[in-house]
Design a protein around this ligand. Structure first.
Ligand code: CA
Length: 418
C-alpha cells in the first residue's frame, strides 16, 4: 500500500517563561521537536541549532528504513557537535542542551531518533499510545518498580534528564527505532510542556475529535495554556493517509516553529479568539511546581541519590500512615472509654423477672458487651405491684443516681394507695 503524510505544527512560549526554548519542525520528509534547556541563556540556541542542523534531512530518503534511521542518528550527533561548538564560541552558554525526538517516513515505515524527554505518541484505532520512553531519572525509577507512573507525573525531579544533546558528552546515546504505519495513524511529537501538564486521555480526545490537524495542534496548545502552561509547548501532528498520487500531495515546504523560527512570536499575532480568551483568564488552573529542566551527567551517583531519596520518602509516607491509623484507633478507644464511663454513672430500676432490682449502667447492650450490672436486689416481688407499675418496672425506669433509684423503689406501692 502506498501512503503519504499530512502534518501540522505549532509552538507557544506558555504563560510563565520569558522566552521559547522549544523548537519544532515539520517539512515534507522530516518531523521533529527539540526542547532546549540551559538556565537563562542557551536553551533557545541549543534547540534551534539542533532543529536547523537536522532539517537538512528534509529531502526524499535515500536508503531503506534502517539506513535512514542511521542517517538520522548521525545527523543528530552532528547537531550535538554544533551545539557544543556554540559553547566554544560563547562560554556563557555553558550547560546548554536540548532534547531531540524526530522521524523520517520511508514508505510505510518511520525511522525514529530520540534522546531526552520529548515524546512520540501514536493515535491508532482511536487509542493513544506513548512510543518513546523518557530518558529521565524518574522514568528509571518507574522501570525499576520504585515508583508508579502516577507518582512519576508529580515527582519533584521529573525534569532531570539522563541524556541530552549538549556540551556534556561528545557522543551521547541516541535511541533509534523503525515503526510501521498505515493510513489513519496520527503521530504526535511534543515537548514536555504538553505531556507534562495535559493528561493522555485529554490529548487522545482532542486528536480523535479533530476537524483538521492544525485545529488539533492549536487545541492541544490551548489545553496546555488552560492548565497554566508553566513551560514552553510544542506540538507536531503527522497523519498517515492513502497516497492521493504525486500530483495531489500537499507540498508543505519547511516549517520551523518556536526558537528555530526567525520570528517566534509571529504565530501569536494571528491567534484565535479562543486562545486570547484562555490567556486573558484571571483564574487559570495553578500549574504544579516544577524545577527547571536540566541534565545530570553523573548518572550512577545521581540515580543512587534519587533511590535513597525515594526510600526515605516511602519510609516517611509509611510512618505518617501508621501514625494516622494509630491516632484514629486511639480516638475511637478514647470515645468508647468516655462513653462507657458515662453509662456506669447511670442507674435504672428494672427486674430480673421475679423481683425489683436496681441496676447500675444502661439497659442497652453494646454488641455482646453488657452495659449494666445488679447494684441492689430490693427483694420486692414483681407480683406485688399493680399492673401499671409492673409494666413500668419491666420497661425500666432510668435514674441519675443510686439515691434517685432508691427513691423510685420507695415510691412503689404509693400509687396503690391512690
Ligand atoms: Ca520543556
Amino acid at each position: 500500500m502506498s501512503v503519504a503524510y499530512e502534518s501540522a505544527v505549532g509552538s507557544h512560549v506558555g504563560m510563565v517563561r520569558a522566552n521559547n526554548q522549544d523548537s519544532g519542525f515539520a517539512g515534507d520528509h522530516l518531523y521533529l521537536v527539540a526542547d532546549g534547556m540551559g538556565g537563562h541563556a542557551g536553551g533557545d540556541v541549543a534547540s534551534a541549532v539542533a532543529a536547523h542542523s537536522v532539517a537538512d534531512l528534509d529531502v526524499p530518503p535515500a536508503g531503506d528504513p534502517r539506513a535512514t534511521a542511521e542517517t538520522l542518528r548521525k545527523a543528530v550527533l552532528a547537531a550535538n557537535k554544533e551545539v557544543r561548538a556554540q559553547v566554544k564560541q560563547r562560554p556563557q552558554l555553558a550547560g546548554l542542551g536540548t532534547t531531540f525526538t524526530g522521524f523520517i517516513p520511508v514508505g510505510d515505515r518511520l525511522a525514529l531518533a530520540h534522546i531526552g524527554d520529548s515524546r512520540l505518541y501514536l493515535l491508532r484505532d482511536g487509542r493513544l499510545r506513548q512510543i518513546t520512553s523518557d530518558h529521565t531519572f524518574v522514568q528509571r525509577l518507574v522501570d525499576a518498580g520504585k515508583i508508579t507512573e502516577e507518582e512519576a507525573k508529580t515527582h519533584p525531579r521529573r525534569s532531570v534528564l539522563m541524556r541530552v544533546l549538549g556540551d556534556v558528552e561528545v557522543s551521547p546515546e541516541v535511541d533509534t527505532e523503525i515503526l510501521d504505519t498505515r493510513p489513519g495513524d496520527v503521530w504526535l511529537l511534543c515537548s514536555d510542556g504538553l505531556c507534562g501538564y495535559v493528561d493522555d486521555d485529554d490529548i487522545e480526545k482532542i486528536v480523535r475529535r479533530r476537524s483538521s490537524l492544525q485545529s488539533a495542534v492549536d487545541a492541544l496548545i490551548d489545553k496546555a495554556l488552560a492548565h497554566g502552561a508553566p513551560d514552553n509547548v510544542t506540538v507536531v501532528l503527522v497523519e498517515t493517509i492513502d497516497d492521493p498520487g504525486e500530483n495531489n500531495r500537499i507540498e508543505y515546504g519547511p516549517r520551523f516553529v518556536g526558537s528555530a523560527a526567525n520570528a517566534p512570536e509571529r504565530r501569536d499575532g494571528s491567534t484565535s479568539t479562543a486562545r486570547n480568551r484562555i490567556m486573558g483568564r484571571r483564574t487559570l488552573r495553578k500549574p504544579p511546581k516544577v524545577e527547571e529542566s536540566h541534565f545530570e551527567p553523573h548518572v550512577d551517583e545521581y540515580l543512587a541519590e534519587l533511590m535513597a531519596e525515594t526510600r526515605r520518602r516511602n519510609w516517611r509516607r509509611r510512618i505518617t500512615w501508621a501514625v494516622g491509623v494509630l491516632a484514629i484507633i486511639a480516638a475511637i478507644c478514647g470515645a468508647l472509654f468516655v462513653g462507657y464511663q458515662w453509662t456506669q454513672s447511670r442507674y435504672y430500676v428494672g427486674t430480673d423477672g421475679d423481683t425489683v432490682i436496681i441496676y447500675r449502667g444502661v439497659q442497652q447492650d453494646l454488641l455482646s458487651l453488657s452495659l449494666h450490672s445488679v447494684e441492689e436486689d430490693t427483694e420486692i416481688p414483681l407480683s406485688e405491684l399493680t399492673g401499671f407499675e409492673r409494666s413500668r418496672i419491666e420497661n425500666g425506669v432510668g435514674a441519675g443516681s443510686l439515691e434517685d433509684a432508691r427513691e423510685i423503689v420507695l415510691r412503689l406501692g404509693e400509687s396503690d394507695d391512690e
